[in-house]
Design a protein around this ligand. Structure first.
Ligand code: SIN
Length: 397
């Protein structure tokens, strides 16, 4: 735990909330010196090299989805968090641009669901990429331009679509925490992207979870002022399966807490390409993203990559060469943004959803999901947030 932040916490307090606010603060900026940075090797005695299954995934299988050979991954565990694995950017040079393009161009397409569907017609949200590339390709004019749809994108759901309406408030806390429950249903499903399933399958297999089946995904799109409230991912019916998280673009602070809000969280950086696996005892821990950290000089390592495939990727059947025009749009977007993808297996083998009345996905414009922070579309969103402040997450209280 961050010593600076921890020293502010008194016993019996909502320690997570306090530390979340500490890292979310802009003025004066917080002291980040206690934040674990896995990209710097083994920086603290809390960090232990993680054991991977080196034969579960062949080098060819790994390269197919753009990953380095498993023996080259820098994977870590954290003392006190059994089942938590942090893999510091295991991607082959040149493969992240492909995954970023999938997140920006492919996954927001129908039939997947996104926040813009909540208050726009399906024809308006039909081609988010196509409608945004002109605005994102033009050099800034200095004038205040309307935001493109891509810049207004906050979340996309894949597979079993997460239903934001069905969150319940944590009875323990004072209106700042969401438990995700009963949020998937059999009749709100569209095919899960095969290449993302394969990527998830390989990573989880190397982490000791063979046979993982990616059934639901949530993509979160963060602008520089976004944050993600304190929550536990408990909606999935089978918690013995891990939760997988991919980060692309700008860096962020991730807070990993305990099973109750008294437990002060550990802060760590998530950089572009980093992968986290939450399994076992760490599967149901409180976590949050209090802030996005712009890369030094405004450049992430990813921005420096170019879109031509490295020789190790030329035989990949999944990671495709992308056009310079697509990469120009993606790299402009990630100069100020971060994309996170969490992947879940919802059902265990032989498991099915309990019989419940079908969930209707929200289509009304008058609510926010209370979980994402930061503006979706300027004034409108500010109005919506302020009229539902009981239901917003910790950052707005
Ligand atoms: C999540 O917890 O759903 C996403 C966390 C992240 O953005 O890293």
């Amino acid at each position: 735990m961050a010593k600076m932040a921890a020293s502010m916490v008194e016993s019996g307090e909502d320690a997570f909330r306090k530390i979340f606010k500490f890292y979310k603060r802009r003025n004066p900026p917080p002291d980040f010196s206690d934040v674990i940075d896995f990209s710097r090797g083994v920086p603290s005695d809390k960090v232990i090299p993680a054991k991977l299954d080196l034969v579960a995934v062949s080098d060819t299988e790994a390269a197919r989805v753009g990953l380095q050979p498993v023996r080259d991954w820098r994977a870590f565990s954290l003392q006190g968090y059994p089942g938590f694995i942090f893999i510091s950017n295991p991607f082959l040079l040149g493969s992240q641009p492909f995954w970023v393009r999938q997140c920006l161009k492919t996954y927001p397409q129908k039939p997947n669901v996104c926040n813009l569907d909540m208050h726009m017609s399906s024809s308006d949200t039909q081609d988010i990429w196509g409608k945004s590339i002109h605005g994102l390709s033009c050099p800034p004019s200095g004038k205040r331009e309307p935001k493109t749809l891509l810049e207004r994108l906050r979340w996309v759901t894949l597979g079993y679509h997460y239903n934001w309406d069905t969150k319940t408030k944590d009875p323990w806390s004072v209106g700042v925490m969401w438990l995700r429950s009963h949020t998937y249903s059999a009749n709100h499903y569209t095919p899960f992207p095969a290449e993302l399933n394969l990527l998830s399958f390989q990573i989880t297999a190397a982490c000791g979870f063979p046979g993982f089946n990616a059934e639901a995904g949530i993509l979160n799109y963060y602008r520089s002022d976004s944050s993600l409230g304190i929550h536990v991912d408990e909606s999935e019916l089978d918690h013995s399966r891990p939760l997988l998280s991919f980060s692309f673009g700008q860096s962020a602070i991730f807070l990993l807490g305990g099973t109750c809000r008294h437990d002060p969280p550990t802060a760590m950086y998530m950089h572009s390409g980093d992968v986290m696996v939450m399994s076992g005892e760490s599967r149901l821990l409180y976590h949050a993203v209090p802030c996005i950290i712009p890369a030094p000089q405004g450049h992430t390592a990813l921005e420096m990559e170019d879109c031509s495939l490295a020789s190790s990727l030329r035989d990949s059947t999944v990671v495709e060469q992308m056009s310079e025009q697509d990469w120009a749009v993606c790299s402009r977007y990630i100069q100020s943004s971060r994309v996170n993808v969490t992947i879940r297996q919802v059902l265990g083998p032989g498991q099915s959803f309990p019989e419940t009345p079908s969930h209707h996905h929200r289509t009304d414009a008058g609510q926010t999901d209370g979980y994402h922070e930061g503006s979706v579309d300027g004034e409108r969103s500010k109005r919506m947030r302020s009229s539902s402040c009981d239901f917003v997450d910790i950052g707005k209280t």
